[in-house]
Design a protein. Sequence first.
Length: 100
Amino acid sequence: MVRQWSSKDVLERLRNGRPLQIIDVREPFEYGHGHIPGARSVPLSQIGGRMHEIRRDVETVVVCQSGNRSRSACDFLARQGYTQIFNLQGGMSRWNGPTQ
């Protein structure tokens, strides 16, 4: 089962300075139209080949536009042994924090 974080949960962690890795699995053109500051672009289609870029030792929130692709990415990463993986509930469509 994929664990979910709300936009509020993510913002709280960012404001408190807690280590947080943000992986954006949208396509590059989507990422380019606005993303969470500090997010790393790793499109869902590339995640298997780029796992070495995703740390295992820090809480990680996975983001897409609506929450569906990120949920798939969370499922995949969990099967690969990642344990601190969270899906951004509703994706960027429900994100109410800053973007760049």
